[in-house]
Design a protein around this ligand. Structure first.
Ligand code: AMP
Ligand code: MG
Length: 531
């Protein structure tokens, strides 16, 4: 038994009904919120990277993080005292269709840590072997997708985007067969396990499965459990509190999507099983970052035709997903009208958040509907009309001089600070420059209404427009190195992305637009779900 210990208080597994069958056979699990299952033993756990902050939050010393025991525990080879490992039962709508039982097919929960501040953090291993919910798949994960989840979820925290977190990334020493392009070409890849952390991993799909099956007692139990543990400020569960809770889930979800739109994040698979009840970004699969601002872009090759989960669709898809959650909750109410009315508020919650977010991005003190609506609409059209790097454009927009002599300055001089944002210089035509020039003139006049000087405005803009994001090709560079047993870039990016809003002039090379070689390379522009 290890001398190292964490304080576990496993409410989910203690308070909710367990699957009485403890065999690890793939099956439909009814009447239970979870199934107890042990992680699979692996041959050679090896730490690739860990998050310093997450370790600190949990009260795990850096020394222990570097130990072989840490790698063993977070690869799933041994359980610490107090851990109670299980896979959750949930269902979900995938690409708009009810898919029945899904569940943690390759995630194994370890339990809930109570840290020194009495905060509760559920820990979960992703890729630690099959569970009753693995259907036809292997329960494993490969290094490339695990590294992408590990780095991106930690980067999102520092960007201020609600998200699940990651404690560690460990190689298992096993090889995993994957058909990366779904073209019948199986390759052996390095197996890996990420330890994720979140206050709760409950998803919309956890509620849907019980509602769909008519297991209404468990549905109510799970709702009450969620409210008591995660939304206790709303009061003791009652029909009125259920409504308030659904309203809060709508607000949290809207807020999460507003943040995605702010930083140019595309989730890629917004199925209802991938929607956290806490409004956290969850399940990093074929996600991506907008490089050139293209609202129709989706990183997910499986979605290339329908583009259901494109950047621009995310707000509406979140609404659709909330509608599915709302439907799942109908049996808890005598009258579904009230639920519908709450759901109808979502577009307003999103729009209010979006207006404030856009005003912040543009450096306005507040959103003035009569002027700013049209100004923002025109900007978004301009951004999409030629290949313009979203991150660089907004970051450089802060450099526009509010005191410029508008009747003397040429369009070219006015737009000079933005020149690095363009992928194809030949697209920057006279017509384009004129259109952007007009916009910039209107923008400067709008800034003058706020009567703030350049320095104050720039400082504020630089807190919402990141300089560094995990560009798709950067993640791929870290993967290429890690697959060759060099983990330096993973750790460099982890450090870099800890301060995405800081200038970090020594890292300028990571703030530039996607190089041309990465334009069409797999992993750098689009991804399949294979992971
Ligand atoms: P995802 O598209 O990653 O959200 O996964 C959808 C469902 O498939 C979830 O129930 C996952 O747990 C499950 N799943 C995905 N990949 C695997 C895998 N390699 N082995 C077992 N189950 C998986
Ligand atoms: Mg998922």
């Amino acid at each position: 038994m290890s001398r190292f210990s964490l304080d576990f208080d496993n409410r989910f597994s203690q308070e909710l009904p367990a699957d009485p069958d403890e065999s690890n056979q793939r099956r439909q699990v009814v009447g239970a919120c979870y199934s107890r299952v042990l992680p699979q033993t692996v041959s050679a756990p090896k730490l690739v990277a860990h998050s310093l902050e997450m370790a600190e939050i949990l009260g795990i010393s850096s020394e222990y993080c570097q130990s072989q025991e840490f790698a063993e525990v977070f690869a799933g080879n041994r359980l610490l005292e107090g851990m109670d490992s299980y896979a959750m039962c949930y269902g979900g709508h995938q690409f708009g269709h009810w898919a029945g039982q899904l569940g943690d097919g390759r995630a194994i929960n370890l339990g809930e840590v109570l840290n020194a501040k009495s905060q509760r953090w559920a820990l979960q291993l992703k890729g630690a072997g099959p569970t009753p919910y693995s259907r036809t798949a292997d329960g494993l994960a490969v290094l490339r997708s695990s590294l992408r989840e590990f780095l991106c979820s930690e980067a999102m925290v520092h960007l201020g985007v609600p998200t699940t977190r990651a404690l560690s990334l460990v190689l298992t020493g096993e090889l995993v067969a994957r058909d990366m392009f779904y073209n019948g070409n199986l390759q052996s890849e390095l197996g890996a396990v990420v330890c994720r952390a979140a206050p709760s991993f409950i998803r919309f799909g956890n509620f849907q499965i019980f509602s769909t099956r008519g297991e209404l007692t468990i549905l109510k139990q799970l709702v009450d459990f969620t409210i008591r543990n995660e939304f206790s400020h709303l009061g003791e569960p009652s029909p009125n509190v259920y409504l308030k809770w659904f309203d809060e889930v709508c607000r949290l979800t809207a807020d999460m999507v507003v943040h995605w739109m702010r930083v140019g994040f595309v989730h890629g698979v917004m199925n209802t099983d991938n929607m956290s009840i806490l409004g956290l970004t969850i399940d990093y699969g074929p996600y991506g970052w907008l490089e050139n601002y293209d609202p129709d872009w989706t990183p997910n090759t499986t979605d290339a035709n329908g583009r259901r989960y494109s950047f621009a669709n995310q707000p509406q898809i979140a609404h659709w997903n909330l509608a599915q959650l709302g439907s799942a909750l109908v049996p808890l109410f005598d009258d579904a009208d009230a639920l519908q009315q709450v759901l109808n508020q979502y577009p307003q919650y999103f729009e209010q958040g979006r207006q404030k977010m856009m005003a912040d991005k543009l450096g306005f003190q507040c959103y003035i509907p009569e002027i700013d609506g049209a100004l923002i609409d025109e900007l978004l059209e301009i951004l999409a009309c030629i290949e313009t790097d979203m991150t660089i454009f907004y970051r450089r927009l802060a450099l526009i001089d509010v005191d410029v002599a508008l009747d003397e300055v040429t369009d070219q001089a006015l737009m000079a600070p933005l020149s690095d944002a363009y992928y194809l210089p030949e697209q920057v035509t006279v017509n384009y420059s004129h259109r952007l020039g007009e916009w910039l003139r209107a923008y400067v006049q709008r800034l003058r209404k706020d009567a703030r000087d350049n320095a104050v405005r720039r400082e504020q803009m630089n807190t919402v427009n990141p300089k560094y994001v995990l560009r798709n090709y950067l993640a791929q560079l870290a993967i290429d190195k890690a697959e060759a047993d060099d983990f330096s870039l993973v750790n460099d990016f982890l450090a870099l992305l800890r301060q995405p809003y800081a200038e970090q002039p020594e890292h300028e090379e990571y703030a530039v637009k996607r190089p041309d070689w990465a334009r069409n390379r797999a992993g750098c522009s689009t991804l399949s779900c294979s992971s």
